[in-house]
Design a protein around this ligand. Structure first.
Ligand code: BG6
Length: 535
């Protein structure tokens, strides 16, 4: 998600002036009856969080408005947030509590992510919201947040439980963590305190390590929740469920049967006004180091000894440690970068990356990457994992495809295709198995067919990843949050590419047209006998 800095804006003249501090004590309100969302029905109700406050830094930013507030509202409306709950929004925009409440309700009404709103629930939800503003580099805002938190916690029967969600530009993670630490707001002697940190976690291996050290100067690792919203996606979790909840897949999930694995995260969107952030980040920091590495790890990891955070995260780290590093000198043989030029998408002409507002005319920022990883362990020796992700590709589709070896013998004409087990992460979430079948008739002719499972068979929309992850953090379950060493290893694996490409001119750019499937060199990466799937 976006992490661009919020613009410091002037207060809206139509609204009453902002007070320095919201003096009104927080209210708790009775929750409405739960909605009949079948996906959430009965879900983890037995594990409702204790009374708690969610403090959102960057509360008036893009992520908060579009995803976070709707997700938290949905949880609250479904009765999943326990008996007493408040939100303290913190931002750089000057606003009163009332102005923030109006802002939040407007966000809920306009976001596509908001669940069906029950009559009266918006009015009740707004009473839970409070706001503080200030400069995150200065101390006074933390003093006011501390006071606000005390008041909320008094209203919560003195339980000092809080989650601090850092939905800000990454440069503010360290100052905010330190600001909270100065007031000892991480102290857990009278309740629990946790911190959720958005991506990107660092911009290089060194900065990520520095950030981890700085965060650990204040917080214990058990209090730190580094968020990667891909792990909150239902279908990503289903990958583990399918692998480890069935007996038929694991025996063939290895080098004896798998030819290769392909992971694709294609987006038709371009920059969406995020040039400032994207020019610095590029596709490696925006998608590869985090979302794609998570998908890669989940498909390749060993079965954990238990379904808990320690065991799962240990296995994820083990597989990352086994990946053959791609040093700077070998990047050209194992990875391809790309940048889109002008092209046609869904029948419309769209500009090239360099023509997007805010992008430098000769920018070398990659908007596409394809990479081949090899894992040096017993399970995967010799099985390449091909990963590609890019902006302005023909459509939005995220998929993991396990491509099996060809049958050893071609008994039938037209046979010898590879079976494919494909996990469709989004959209049309589901799983499909492609295999060969005889076509009807006299001939023993084979044709490829698919067996499909689609999530819509459950008859309900999927939960927002942010709902799942915020609730998990409030429940103290870090299974779906990357651990310190995991983030570190993921950075190590992209470092060679960053060193080879960062700040280096890319004379080949732009090397794919918007609306195409990326640079031709990405096809060559697969070798003569393999092909990217047509999605
Ligand atoms: C975000 C990136 O983390 O993920 C965006 O910053 C990208 O650039 C987005 O568009 C993709 O997420 P999703 O859930 O739409 O696949």
């Amino acid at each position: 998600m976006t992490n661009e800095p919020q613009q410091a804006t002037q207060p809206d003249p139509k609204l009453p002036p902002a007070s320095e501090s919201a003096a009104t004590p927080p209210k708790t309100v009775t929750m409405p009856e739960p909605t009949p969302n079948p996906f959430r029905a009965g879900m983890r109700r037995s594990r409702a969080p204790e009374p708690a406050t969610l403090v959102i830094f960057g509360a008036t930013g893009d992520l908060s408005r579009r995803k976070l507030l709707p997700a938290v509202f949905g949880l609250w409306q479904d009765g999943l947030l326990g008996s007493a709950f408040n939100i303290v929004g913190v931002g750089r925009q000057e606003m009163t509590d009332e102005q923030f409440r109006d802002y939040a309700l407007e966000a809920l009404k306009t976001s596509k992510e908001t669940d069906a709103i029950l009559p009266g629930s918006l009015e009740k939800f707004r009473e839970l919201l409070y706001y503080e503003f200030g400069d995150f580099d200065k101390d006074d805002v933390y003093d006011r947040v501390g006071t606000q938190l005390d008041e909320a916690e008094n209203a919560h029967g003195g339980r000092k439980n809080a989650v601090f969600y850092l939905s800000t530009p990454p440069s503010l993670f360290e100052p905010i963590s330190n600001g909270l630490g100065r007031l000892k707001l991480q102290d857990q002697s009278e309740g629990w305190r946790r911190i959720i940190i958005e991506k990107p976690f660092g911009t290089t291996l060194e900065t990520a390590r520095h950030l981890n050290d700085a965060i650990h100067g204040v917080w214990d690792e058990s209090q730190v929740y580094r968020i990667d919203h891909y792990l909150g996606k239902e279908t990503v979790q289903n990958l583990m469920a399918i692998r480890f909840g069935n007996a038929i897949f694991e025996p063939i999930w290895n080098r004896s049967y798998v030819d290769h694995v392909q992971i694709t995260a294609a987006e038709d969107l371009g920059l969406e006004g995020r040039a400032g952030y994207y020019e610095e980040a590029g596709i490696l920091r925006d998608m590869l180091q985090n979302h794609l590495m998570q998908l890669f790890t989940l498909v390749a990891m060993e079965p954990p000894v238990a379904f808990d955070e320690g065991a799962i995260r240990d296995e994820k780290v083990k597989v990352l440690r086994a990946v053959k590093p791609i040093p700077k000198e070998q990047v050209a043989a194992s990875a391809v970068r790309g940048q889109y030029g002008p092209g046609t998408l869904a029948g419309e002409r769209v500009p090239g990356y360099r023509e997007e507002p805010g992008v430098k005319p000769g920018s070398s920022t990659p908007t596409y990457v394809a990479v081949k990883f090899e894992i040096e362990n017993w399970r995967w020796q010799g099985v390449p994992f091909f990963i590609r992700t890019g902006k302005r590709l023909p459509k939005k589709v995220t998929e993991i495809a396990v491509v099996f070896k060809k049958p050893p013998l071609g008994l039938f004409p037209g046979g010898l295709e590879r079976n494919v087990l494909a996990f469709r992460i989004q959209p049309d979430e589901g799983v499909s198995l492609k295999f060969s079948s005889k076509t009807p008739g006299q001939e023993n002719q084979l044709r490829e067919v698919t067996m499909d499972f689609r999530y819509d068979a459950f008859g309900a929309g999927l939960e927002s990843p942010y709902s799942r992850l915020v609730l998990d953090a409030m429940l103290g379950d870090a299974t779906l949050f990357p651990r310190e060493d995991e983030v570190d290893h993921a950075w190590q694996l992209v470092t060679g590419m960053l060193e080879a490409w960062d700040g280096q001119d890319a004379p080949e750019f732009p090397n794919y047209a918007a609306g195409s499937w990326g640079p031709e060199a990405a096809d060559a990466l697969m070798g003569p006998d393999r092909r990217w799937r047509r999605l």
